[in-house]
Design a protein around this ligand. Structure first.
Ligand code: HEC
Length: 135
């Protein structure tokens, strides 16, 4: 009887653990309003914009998202939601306006940057920088 209980405890424990792990790899859907999806990037992606974006990234984003956006910043381990790997299609296939919206509004552990970066231009520079993280 005891053996059965131990077996059950271990099995249920393992099952819920792997559920959590697998679940974390699948980012939960993040709906973006249509007007943002269709929004045109207001800043052309030239060297100056990417450089500006990189400076902003290092100040405001790197601590969670990591130097190259792999999701491995120094604060990443403390986050409840995974920031994800920005070199991957899950970010790179999104429209500029979708990325812009998520930076602007934030969600859960992802802060919103409406107040910290009130200039839309700064957030577009970040979008242009994020494009360079594609592998
Ligand atoms: C405190 C940690 C933290 C900081 C600082 C932070 N992020 Fe995030 N970010 C996250 C987390 C966690 C998520 C995943 C949120 C979710 O899916 O609910 C995320 C998600 C995102 C996404 C959406 C990815 C997707 O799922 O489509 C973008 C884009 C993004 N961050 C850009 C930035 C930019 C740009 C900055 C800096 C201006 C920044 N983040 C700063 C933690 C952070």
């Amino acid at each position: 009887m005891k053996k059965v209980l131990v077996f059950l405890t271990v099995t249920i424990g393992l099952a819920s653990f792997s559920f959590t792990v697998l679940n974390n790899q699948q980012p939960k859907p993040w709906a973006v309003p249509d007007n943002f999806k269709k929004m045109k990037n207001a800043v052309s992606s030239d060297a100056a914009s990417v450089k500006e974006g990189k400076t902003l990234w290092d100040t405001h984003c790197k601590s969670c998202h990591g130097n190259k956006g792999l999701g491995d910043g120094s604060k990443a381990a403390q986050l409840k939601t995974e920031p994800g790997d920005f070199s991957k299609p899950f970010v790179q296939t999104q429209a500029d306006g979708e990325i812009f919206y998520k930076i602007t509004e934030g969600r859960d552990d992802m802060p919103n940057f409406k107040k910290k970066l009130p200039e839309a231009e700064d957030r577009w520079n970040l979008v242009n920088f994020i494009r360079t993280l594609k592998k």
